[in-house]
Write a protein that binds this ligand. Structure first.
Ligand SMILES: [Zn+2]
Ligand SMILES: [Zn+2]
Length: 163
């Protein structure tokens, strides 16, 4: 199952270019990467390439289902080469760390909607949100975040009796 990038591109009827190969290998080696880090890695491996060329290559690869694009709310799009299994992602609310989560049951059960309303469904987008282990262990050190409510519960003072 270890197809080379060249084979993969040819299989999908795409022209094999050094740019596309470099983009593909940058995504393969760093899953869930952003377009900007792809740009950095591609520049490191093949030298100068325009941002636009990297974006173009990414979108060609996404179109061809070689690369999957995921867009968690509030985060730049991420790219990965694990395609076709409709796996889900868990995102850290604090630092944006992102990890794969398999479907809860079997292969792509999420694609079987209880009622498809007559639609032909090809994707179910499920994003789990939470706090990654790293951020959970940092929780003793709040960084510039507002302090939790410091209102102490009022102690019941007996009413002074004026009689
Ligand atoms: Zn985190
Ligand atoms: Zn993933």
């Amino acid at each position: 199952m270890s197809e080379t990038g060249v084979e993969l591109l040819r299989e999908r009827g795409l022209h094999v270019t050094p740019q596309r190969l470099a983009v593909l290998s940058a995504v393969t080696s760093h899953p869930h990467t952003t377009a900007d880090s792809v740009l950095d890695r591609v520049r490191a491996s093949i030298g100068s390439i325009s941002r636009q060329a990297v974006y173009d290559s990414l979108s060609v690869l996404v179109e061809a289902d070689i690369v999957r694009r995921i867009e968690p709310a509030g985060s730049p799009a991420r790219y990965e080469t694990r395609v076709g299994d409709n796996h889900h992602h868990v995102v850290c609310r604090s630092c944006g760390a992102l990890a794969d989560v398999d479907c809860a049951v079997g292969d792509t059960p999420c694609l079987t909607a209880a009622d498809d309303q007559g639609f032909v469904i090809d994707e179910a987008e499920v994003v789990y949100w939470g706090k990654c282990p790293q951020c959970r262990s940092d929780r003793g050190v709040p960084q510039g975040t507002s302090q939790p409510n410091t209102n102490q519960p009022k102690t019941n003072q007996p009413e002074p009796s004026k009689r």
